[in-house]
Design a protein around this ligand. Structure first.
Ligand code: T1G
Length: 703
């Protein structure tokens, strides 16, 4: 075995030269890896005893793509294009031997090899769209030549991974290897190719599938139309479509030129910077500095859920989905029955969409039991309460739970804003109390805010983080404060949206500006969807607020056919002149003279206070790092991932600009715009949120 460089070796097996990469954690195409492959190919070609070449990786996976950490840095090492040319132009057949995840540039390297083999557990894909890019190493031109333009469009705009067996079916690989003998199978394939004198196939020369699509111009147009809503606001998918159009209509090298041009545009754009930021942020969020490495993980065999309402049922489903039995406790049989029926209905709806086998419904339903006795939770290692959002109710319940739950059980509250330390004080085991703030619908939303109380133990935190990963959530550890991180920041945007419509902006203008920014819908449309009468009491209503007036008018949202908007039978929203008049009356009574409010002011008044509140959250130690706040808002509130989250967005706008606008708003509208001390300090010192080191330990916020 010859060592080519730190991450590459070359060995000779049975007349075949084998290039082995070993660059943890994912064999990403760093400069060293590219240099290693390039030199390894030269070595193999020069090796008189090698009639063919195998390229494989040690470690968990075949090459998982370009090294994203190198983006934006000065180029080093041999270029990927050069490496690919060396492989594709090799006079000796090259076999790519894949395991783990062959992704992005990794799969594009495999596509310039002449043959491809993978173990059954391998997955292959071109996920560049997930970081705001497109496959920039020939993938947009070679993939359509193997699988056809239609499948290529789906795979590249979704970034989906294909199981090896399916990859075999669509021609992405030529053979499956035994799970435990990839190298042996690859060498055998290489030897067969030589013995049978098979020609060196180059995908760039295989044009039958793209030429066949030339007669169907509708194909791409139909794809664009079908995906317009999903791709709204994103730049990369449309450029991928243009590349596939080129693959169909232009010679290979022309298509490659367009791919290069569009790749560079995306790489230099704001969206990819934001999505690459999010890629790393979503991985950093799992890292809790200061957490004892040896913190004991509580083995959770059974989960107890208290409350079978929408949240309780949704929470229970997360655990049933991964085979963990759940016992639900309610106070009334009909509420319990309704909750169990909700779970079954939800699974039935998923099955109707083809995303769940009908048999799996029964398997999961067999794991859920229910009763009216809190005592029945005494065997659970984790109990999550999802009862009425009232501190006294929760404290009373936790006091009872403390006497019922077994020693070492984790007692979790699903509270969305209340002080967890107060809830913990109702028990004799505050070290076992934690907040697990699920977002509705709890069985769908990815975000889980894990709320650390003053005395929550490392073991309880570590167990909660591990469980969150197991149930497929994106977990962010936060400290205790009113609204934690997500809802506390939401309060800033809501306050400004509600104020702006009294100053002269309409609800539809505010919604449009935030929708165009990239949110799935604006705050007023959202209110109509959720119902304006949440928490509204008909008997106590005094018409003191706009929301009360609208509820009293029977305008309680989509469900009543009218809220801020008027709705037709298909629930299509129309701005309501009547509501606009009610708002104007309100403003007049408040002594607010209506004025023109620009879209820019709407956006800045809604977004900048969110960034400012994020700065306060950081200075109070309620979040571990700024990027955690971005992860919360992207996964819990629909912040467009191509804008990176409020803190990343603030940095891209420029913190000095955010600060100066906040100061202007403070002078004009009042102290609610007072800049956070941290924002002022960072601007004064020329630093950004991302320059701050993660918090050593998240202390609880003292309200
Ligand atoms: N570059 C650099 N680091 C990477 C990386 C990459 N491509 N992929 C993963 N990591 C790091 C990650 O940050 C983490 O680091 C560790 O590896 C484990 O990752 C030319 C231009 C491969 C399925 O988009 O999808 O090729 O936190 O926690 O859950 O057209 O990582 O430990 O310090 O995710 O087992 C295209 C991205 C790049 C694949 C493994 N490729 N990676 O998942 O581990 S662009 C991708 C993944 C490109 C070409 C274009 C996943 C994974 P740390 P992890 P995992």
């Amino acid at each position: 075995m010859v060592r080519i460089n730190d991450v590459t070796s070359y060995t000779h097996i049975d007349g075949v030269g084998v290039i082995v990469l070993n660059s943890p954690p994912v064999n990403a195409l760093s400069a060293a890896v590219r240099d290693g492959i390039h030199a390894g190919v030269r070595q193999a070609i020069a090796d008189a005893h090698a009639s063919a070449i195998v390229l494989r990786c040690d470690g968990n996976t075949f090459i998982a793509g370009a090294d994203i950490r190198e983006f934006g840095k000065p180029p080093a090492g041999v270029g990927l294009g050069e490496v690919q040319r060396a492989l594709e132009e090799s006079p000796k057949p090259v076999v790519a031997a894949m395991h783990g995840t062959a992704l992005g540039g990794g799969l594009e390297v495999a596509l310039v090899c002449h043959w491809r083999i993978a173990v059954p557990s391998a997955k292959l894909g071109l996920p560049e769209v997930g970081i705001g890019l497109l496959p920039g190493a020939g993938g947009t031109q070679r993939l359509p030549r193997i699988v056809g333009p239609e499948v290529a469009l789906e795979l590249m705009t979704s970034g989906a991974q294909v199981e090896a067996a399916d990859a075999l079916g669509i021609g992405l690989i030529d053979e499956l290897a035994p799970e435990d003998d990839l190298q042996g199978a690859a060498v055998a394939l290489a030897k067969r190719v030589v013995a049978e004198k098979r020609p060196l196939r180059k995908l760039r020369d295989q044009n039958d599938k793209v030429e066949a699509a030339r007669g169907n111009p509708e194909l791409v147009a139909a794809f664009r139309k079908a995906n317009a809503k999903k791709f709204r606001g994103f730049a990369a998918p449309e450029k991928i479509v243009q590349c596939v159009e080129a693959a169909v209509n232009l010679p290979f090298d022309e298509g490659l030129k367009l791919e290069r041009k569009l790749f560079v545009e995306l790489m230099q754009g704001e969206q990819s910077a934001a999505q690459r930021h999010y890629f790393f942020a979503s991985r950093q969020a799992w890292k809790v500095p200061g957490l004892k490495k040896d913190a004991a993980i509580v083995p959770v065999q059974t989960v107890g859920v208290i409350g079978a309402g929408t949240m309780g049922a949704g929470i229970a489903m997360n655990f049933l989905n991964v085979g963990i039995p759940v016992h639900i406790v309610e106070t009334r049989q009909e509420a319990l029955d309704r909750g169990l029926a909700t779970i079954r209905t939800n699974y039935g709806n998923t099955a109707k969409k083809g995303r769940l086998e009908v048999g799996a419904i029964e398997e999961r339903m067999a794991l859920v039991t229910g009763s009216l006795e809190l005592q029945d939770l005494s065997g659970c290692e984790l109990v999550i309460e999802a009862v009425f959002e009232d501190m006294e109710v929760k404290k009373h319940l936790f006091g009872r739970l403390d006497r019922v739950a077994k020693a070492g059980a984790i007692l979790a509250s699903n509270t969305s804003a209340l002080d967890l330390n107060q809830i913990a004080s109702a028990t004799a085991r505050p070290e076992s109390v934690i907040g697990l703030h699920f977002f509705s619908p709890a069985n769908v939303m990815k975000l889980l805010e894990i709320v650390r109380g003053d005395q929550t133990s490392d073991s309880v935190i570590a167990t909660s983080m591990q469980l969150a990963r197991k149930i497929g959530k994106v977990a962010v550890l936060v400290g205790v404060c009113p609204g934690f991180v997500g809802n506390r920041i939401l309060g800033q945007r809501q306050r400004e949206a509600n104020q702006l419509i009294f100053e002269g902006a309409t609800p539809w203008a505010v919604d449009r500006v935030l929708y165009d920014f990239g949110f799935p819908m604006g705050p007023f449309a959202m209110s109509d969807l959720a119902g304006l009468d949440l928490g509204w009491n008909k008997d106590k209503s005094t018409g003191a607020t706009l929301r009360e007036v609208l509820c009293e008018m029977g305008r309680r949202g989509q469900k009543t056919g009218a809220g801020f908007y008027d709705y037709d039978g298909q629930r299509t929203a129309q701005p309501s002149q009547l509501v606009e008049g009610v708002i104007r009356d309100f403003a007049r009574k408040k002594g607010i003279a209506p004025r023109q409010v620009s879209d820019d002011e709407i956006l800045e008044r809604c977004i900048y206070p969110m960034i400012n509140e994020g700065a306060k959250i950081l200075q109070e130690g309620v979040a571990v790092r700024a990027s955690d706040i971005d992860v919360v808002w992207i996964n819990g509130y629909g912040w467009p991932v191509y804008r990176g989250g409020p803190m990343h967005y603030g940095e891209r706008i420029g913190l000095p600009k955010v600060l100066s606008r906040m100061r202007e708003f403070e002078a004009r509208h009042g102290p609610q715009f007072k800049p956070a001390k941290l924002l002022e300090e960072l601007v004064a010192s020329g630093r950004k949120f991302s320059d701050l080191s993660p918090l050593a330990r998240t202390p609880a916020f003292q309200a």
